[in-house]
Design a protein around this ligand. Structure first.
Ligand code: MN
Ligand code: MN
Length: 464
């Protein structure tokens, strides 16, 4: 059918982001699916920030990256990494241009909402053994009971030695669970935020007493004995541990057409993995690239592994010092994509979005000009000049992208690491993958969007 003049004019004059299927050929869709097969493996291997950081360092070393040495001279194409206390990582490839012309920074986070064990977590009540938790990040607490959980983390023992814990994911492993009240007895009318209270997020871990002589706290004793045999720990060692309860179900294809991925931790590994891949694949970049996989975003980026601290600024200063350039001069010429997810439009809950400014699954990565809330409070609002540059990079590399705001004005809000990088003087904008059920134990993304993140991030790192 021949298009009418008005239809052709509309095509030229109107903004209308398209589904990847109408833009990409079959070969590219197949490429996206293959990319996501590897992403799914990454999701299953890396359930915590420590595991993702270790994965990134191993991948970097395999690809010729060496530990950064500020006393060494580097040339274009050299690759280094910086390990931030085992929970964040920076990968750097030296560019052809002088460092004083700035860097290209990609920043994604590798921590995700979860239940952390309290420092003194283990107790017994009526011959059931449980762990007390303190939730990490913004969760809807009612989503966490009655799902299988795994435990990941580290325990430092009295002698200073460390034991790594990872139990609940492997075939044959036991799982753990937060219980919930049966509907028959749940007649209280609690508001959503209190359907499950923080102090009710207790994890069931056992029910058999030690030995066959009745006595006090024998279920707890039996658990402690098992833990002592398995990990060599005593109860006091919990005080110097970081143990995270995360969903135990693996990442999986969703839908008859297998176009989506369901998993724990898409926020923000769905940007961290494409960022890592882009860093490894961006060969001989024009500008020096710095890819940051950070921790603590979900709790506000504070602490020495979060981006509100000085580790990025100091690393950039170290890079500048190699050429005798002050860090501030490097920073003010640098550009950053803050790679983080945004809410995808969910037809079941469509009313929370301004449909004209929402992001849609399969329509590419979301460029989020600003986040924040209450009249753009607490946000980096990227300037038009930089948005224009990024737009050109995406269009030239045929990266499918769209715009998106986090919900309606005065009805939503959120933040990313963008403002912390921007506050250093770096031109920064948020770009990431749209997600459904964000912060739930099982989040949804579209495969084509994950691939577009990789494509766009790589084009940005290689941009001139
Ligand atoms: Mn995030
Ligand atoms: Mn988040």
């Amino acid at each position: 059918m021949k298009k009418t003049e008005a239809e052709m004019l509309k095509e030229n004059l109107f903004y209308s982001p398209k589904h990847a299927n109408y833009v990409c050929d079959e070969k590219e869709i197949a490429k996206a699916d293959r990319f996501c097969d590897d992403y799914i493996k990454f999701l299953n291997e890396c359930r915590t920030e420590r595991e993702a950081a270790a994965f990134a360092i191993a991948a970097a070393e395999k690809n010729g990256y060496a530990k950064f040495n500020p006393a060494k001279k580097y040339k274009a194409g050299d690759k280094v990494y910086y390990d931030v206390h085992g929970k964040a990582v920076m990968l750097c490839t030296f560019g052809k241009r002088s460092i004083k012309e700035g860097t290209r920074i990609l920043a994604a986070h590798i921590d995700s909402p979860r239940l952390d064990l309290k420092p003194n977590p283990l107790y017994e009540d009526e011959e059931l053994a449980l762990f007390k938790t303190h939730y990490y990040g913004g969760i809807k607490k009612y989503q966490w009971p009655t799902i299988p959980l795994a435990l990941h983390g580290v325990i430092y023992k009295k002698d200073g030695s460390c034991v790594t814990v990872r139990i609940g994911d492997a075939e044959g492993d036991p799982r753990f669970v937060v219980t919930d009240l049966l509907p028959h007895l749940d007649k209280t009318d609690r508001p959503m935020s209190k359907v499950i209270k923080g102090e009710e997020l207790n994890i069931l871990i056992g029910s058999r007493p030690y030995g066959n002589e009745p006595g006090e706290k024998l279920v707890k004793l039996n658990i402690m004995k098992i833990l002592n045999e398995k990990y060599g720990i005593t109860e006091a060692d919990f005080l110097s541990a970081e143990l995270e309860a995360v969903p135990a179900f693996p990442a999986t294809d969703i839908g008859f057409d297998r176009s989506l991925i369901g998993s724990y931790g898409h926020d923000d590994r769905v940007c961290a993995y494409p960022s890592l891949k882009a860093a490894l694949d961006a060969k001989k970049p024009e500008f020096t690239t710095v890819t940051v996989l950070t921790d603590k975003e979900e709790t506000g980026s504070d602490g020495n592994t979060g981006l509100h601290s000085s580790y990025l600024k100091q690393f950039i200063s170290d890079l500048g010092a190699l050429e005798g350039v002050p860090g501030r001069d490097v920073l003010r010429n640098s550009e950053c994509l803050s790679a983080d997810v945004n809410a995808g439009y969910d037809p079941t809950f469509g009313s929370v979005h301004d449909k004209m400014n929402a992001a849609y699954l399969n329509k590419g990565i979301v460029l989020t000009k600003y986040t924040g809330s209450g009249g753009k409070g607490g946000t980096n609002d990227a300037n038009a000049e930089f948005v224009s540059k990024v737009r050109t990079v995406f269009d030239k590399s045929k990266t499918l992208w769209q715009t998106g705001e986090l919900g309606k004005v005065d009805e939503g809000g959120g933040g990313t690491v963008a403002k912390y990088v921007a506050n250093l003087g770096v031109s920064t904008v948020d770009v990431g993958v749209p997600v459904l059920s964000m912060h739930a134990p099982f989040e949804i993304v579209a495969k084509t969007d994950v691939y577009m993140a990789y494509k766009g991030f790589k084009a940005f790192l290689e941009s001139k």
